[in-house]
Design a protein around this ligand. Structure first.
Ligand code: SAM
Length: 317
């Protein structure tokens, strides 16, 4: 495609998929140990070095300046375990349109206000159960659920919204909690004085831990149930995700497994916690290391990573 003078280059892969956001895993470290965690596709938590704040900010700056990518998400591990998260957010706020983080919420009450001041726009908080015993089992931890709830309230009070509650549905463990979760989101909306929160039901990706296959919930059944309870249904253009409006609460369903539409609409590039560009959550055989903060180097590595991108589900053979 010919570009107009002054127009920014766009990162578009061989399948016509344009990159619109970067998802940085900032660390491998986590203060929970969820039984199903894919660790952003990095496999087991290792000892490899952590990407520097300087490199995170420079990759984001180059992506924004040269490729017009201005949406950033931080993940991990647990991104709030980075001591320099506030500096990272502050360092990029001037050239980003949307900076968000996905967090387990354990440390959120401590940092929500500071992060909002630094320029963080919103958070996704992972919450798989409202029952302490189940929460402890899923996260292999103890006594953290009250901290997470406090963290969610602090995020709403700090204006880190629209806040998404991320719930991975697990067969036989938490699939009966959808309506309680809807109730909790309604409470959050009451607290925030508007529609500040939504519920996101996520299908389990068992790929990194085959023993998790037993916990895979029946998403078709769950969607049928939501459909019967919903007052309205909308389909989001991106990844054709469906949104159900149940008891006044928006419930979005993220259904990636074997979903060709999910891959066909993938518009994100990932950066691993040790500074490699990762073109797909489910692949680690084509990572592109970014070794320096040199602008040309970063531009070339981003272009190179694009050559490796292909849909995991629905690739034409
Ligand atoms: N610690 C942060 C958190 O809890 O949000 C960030 C890292 S966590 C890997 C990011 C998101 O991935 C969470 O919402 C989590 O529920 C989701 N996730 C992790 N493993 C998953 C799996 N096997 N299938 C589906 N979602 C998963």
């Amino acid at each position: 495609m010919k570009r107009e003078k002054g127009e920014k280059e766009r990162l578009i892969d061989d399948y016509g998929r344009e990159i619109r956001s970067l998802r940085f895993s900032l660390t491998n470290r986590c203060n929970l140990n969820c039984i199903y965690c894919h660790n952003e596709g990095e496999g087991r938590r290792g000892e490899s070095g952590e990407i520097s704040a300087e490199l995170v900010i420079e990759i984001a700056r180059v992506a924004s300046a040269y490729f017009d990518i201005r949406r950033i998400k931080f993940s991990g591990g647990e991104p709030l375990m980075r001591d320099d998260l506030v500096d990272i957010v502050q360092g990029m706020r001037d050239f980003e349109d949307d900076i968000s983080a996905t967090t387990n919420g354990v440390l959120l009450s401590k940092y929500a206000a500071e992060l909002a001041d630094a320029g963080l726009d919103r958070v996704n908080v992972s919450l798989d159960s409202l029952k302490e015993e189940r929460y402890d089992f899923i996260t292999s931890s103890r006594n953290n659920l009250p901290k997470v709830i406090d963290g969610i309230y602090s995020a709403i009070d700090a204006g880190l919204t629209s806040l998404k509650l991320n719930t991975v549905l697990l067969k036989g463990i938490n699939e009966d909690e959808i309506i309680s979760m809807v109730g909790f989101v309604r409470e959050c909306n009451n607290r925030g004085g508007g529609e500040v929160a939504i519920l996101q039901l996520i299908e389990l990706i068992p790929s990194f831990n085959p023993s998790m296959l037993n916990y895979k919930a029946d998403f078709y059944g769950i969607e049928a149930e939501l459909k019967s309870k919903a007052s309205a249904i909308k389909t989001r253009r991106l990844q054709r995700r469906r949104k159900y409006f149940v008891d006044g609460v928006e419930v979005e369903v993220v259904h990636p497994m074997d979903n060709t539409a999910f891959c066909a609409n993938c518009s994100r590039l990932r950066i691993t916690s040790d500074g490699k560009i990762k073109s797909c959550l489910l692949r680690n055989d084509n990572l592109v290391p970014v070794e320096t903060v040199d602008e040309k180097h970063i531009i070339n590595k981003l272009r190179l990573a694009m050559k490796y991108r292909e849909p995991f589900f629905g690739k034409k053979d």
